[in-house]
Write a protein that binds this ligand. Structure first.
Ligand SMILES: [Zn+2]
Length: 122
């Protein structure tokens, strides 16, 4: 009889359950926990946290998962996204080259919390 297995996420190292129902559906042990599977960005895109956003200068920086900071300009924000971004907000973006180095493009918020809770870091 199948039973729960405790697996360790390859991304965040958190133990998670692999249930008998999932074992029936999955061919192999899933490498990532459900949270990381949910959080994985679309192909060609990355996710990071807004580190800084200048209202006056219309640009800011994103802290990426590898710790490298990425420049963004207000024009990189998708048209339906409100300006400014807030420090600590989770965003998804593409990276494109510019004369001054890589910068964010097609920048969007990832809304994982409702608007009544303050964003992390505030
Ligand atoms: Zn994980």
């Amino acid at each position: 009889m199948r039973q729960d297995f405790v697996l360790t996420c390859a991304s965040c190292q958190t133990p998670f359950l692999w249930t008998p129902a999932e074992q029936r559906d999955d061919q192999e042990q899933p490498p990532l926990c459900p949270v990381c599977r949910h959080l994985l960005p679309a192909e060609g895109r990355r996710r990071g946290l807004v580190k800084f956003c200048s209202l006056r200068k219309h640009w800011g920086f994103i802290t990426q998962p590898d710790g490298v900071e990425l420049f963004f300009h207000r024009s990189a924000l998708a048209p339906d996204e409100a300006w400014p971004l807030t420090e600590g907000e989770l965003v998804e973006y593409a990276v494109e080259p510019s004369p001054r180095g890589p910068q964010a493009a097609a920048l969007r918020r990832l809304l994982l919390t409702d608007t009544t809770t303050p964003p992390p870091g505030s």
